[in-house]
Design a protein. Sequence first.
Length: 298
Amino acid sequence: MTALSKQKMLMLMSLPFLIWVFIFKYVPLWGWTISFQKFRPARSLLEQEWIGLANFKFLFQEEAFYRVLRNTIVMSSINLVLGFITAIVLAILLNELRSIMFKRTVQTISYLPHFISWVVAANIVQSALAPEGIINILMLKMNLIDQPVLWLGKGEYFWGILGATEVWKSVGWNTIIYLAAITTIDPSQYEAAEIDGASRFQRILHITLPGMKSVIVILLIMNLGHILESGFEPQYLLGNGMNLDYSENLDIFVLKYGMNMGNYGLATAAGMFKTVVSFIFLMVANSVAKKLGESRLY
């Protein structure tokens, strides 16, 4: 019996997923042709006016594009760094807890924000950061500020606020896969290290972190493939006219030009640019991991 026939049932179970991927991920790629057209919704594809690379030329000459590209890269980098560090640290701390009840309580509390919609989460953040919100009240009580600060009214604060909000909402959920990676480590390694006199910190440094290494590398590669996808909902909901220069990213740029201005060709060109760059980042990161002998996607 061949290996193919042995995996027949697994292949049949995978078939619906492959069909879904093809229909919703590959078939829509025909829409990239819009980036080479002066698209008019009332016309069919063959009736559109083809303008070559005009949309891309305009895109790279548009000053606003470089501003939103900067914002996207900075916000993605902040989310990537903070997301990795906080999730790994929380997973290690949870693993070191001896009280199962306390551990489960902390896990539950840290997971809960993930299930809150961004609409609700944004309202909570806006209320907390309002002039009469809890943040200003506490800082006034501690004499850290002389008068209330309009936090979301100052663009230079937006990246930090977004990073902290993303951590609050996602850190608990992100720890799940790291906790799963820790459970695969052979407990005898910890017992042997403890017998040899290794401290708790030394056991974390020389056993826990190396045991998580392959998972960390794989997730890092996958996240680098989304470096130009800093999100849409938090920026859209927390952004306003006062912090627009720092909150607007590529997704909002595409929405503004595509839906508000009706320039579908330019919006598609921007989206296509984002996808191609993300794909290049993914391939480069995977190649670097391969050359360094680390875990990789393929």
